[in-house]
Design a protein. Structure first.
Lengths: 100, 168
């Protein structure tokens, strides 16, 4: 019998891996994908809590999160494309215009 | 039986997530992310949130990842062999990851979140009718705001890509 704690473990491990990826990788697109992974891990946690609590609230929250994440992806990728057109790079190390 | 499925899909999801972080090629990373999203939608099915599982496949594994792959192809990013990740970055990320894992395991091994086998309530996320009813009664304002947010995002994307075109 799979309990709530197993789902929470998987969800938080996915969150931790996404966090690891954001710290480790220097490519903006990969960092953005890791961000999506973290959002999704939170969604899994919410659905697990909603299932074991017995209410609809968590599921509806996940519905809104997915919608907002889709909007966020569209805007974020447009920003990355605009940045690439201006600077010809997607590496965060080379995006240091505000340094010094 | 569902236990086996839970273990299979969790392991696939975690392996795909590691694939995103580890793979040097961005396209391979995106493919690994699709695998992760699909197995997470299977986990949603196991949690009896069928509607959200379908939404997950359609929106995330479909629309969002197609957008990602499209941008990866469009930008034509060169292989990341140009610069190696520095030792400091590796050390900092591994230490932060380790601390987070310690916290996760501490929460997992705590007694307070143990669920009793007989305490599982009736699944409420399965009914699409209940979902729609809640969405248009209790959560009507968030629903409207989300629609407005999508409009704003659309206008924002158009504005962003237009400005970049004028510059170049």
């Amino acid at each position: 019998m799979i309990g709530l704690e197993q789902y929470i473990l998987v969800s938080s491990l996915l969150f931790a891996i996404g966090f690891f990826g954001i710290l480790l990788r220097r490519n903006t697109l990969v960092m953005y994908m890791c961000l999506e992974l973290m959002l999704n891990a939170a969604n899994l946690g919410l659905i697990a809590f909603a299932r074991y609590h017995g209410g609809m609230g968590g599921n509806l929250f996940v519905f809104f999160t997915i919608t907002v994440a889709a909007a966020e992806v569209a805007v974020g990728l447009a920003i990355i494309v605009a940045l690439f057109r201006k600077r010809q790079t997607v590496k965060v190390e080379e995006l240091n215009a505000l340094k010094n | 039986m569902t236990d086996i499925f839970f273990y299979i899909f969790s392991i696939v999801a975690l392996a795909g997530a590691f694939g995103v972080v580890i793979s040097r090629n961005t396209v391979n990373g995106a493919m690994c992310l699709i695998v992760t999203f699909l197995s997470m939608s299977a986990l949603f099915v196991l949690l009896e949130a069928y509607f959200l599982a379908v939404i997950q496949v359609l929106v995330y594994a479909g629309a969002v990842m197609v957008l990602f792959l499209f941008i990866i192809m469009l930008l034509d990013v060169e292989e990341s062999a140009a610069r190696k990740t520095s030792v400091y970055t590796w050390a900092a990320s591994v230490i932060a990851f380790g601390i987070l894992i310690v916290g996760v395991v501490a929460i997992y091994s705590a007694d307070s979140i143990r669920t009793k086998a007989e305490s599982l309530p009736e699944a409420s996320g399965a009914s699409l009718k209940a979902f729609g009813y809640e969405l248009f009664t209790t959560y009507l304002l968030p629903m409207q705001l989300t629609g407005f947010l999508l409009l704003i995002a659309m206008i924002g994307v158009i504005a962003l890509s237009k400005k970049a075109k004028v510059d170049s």
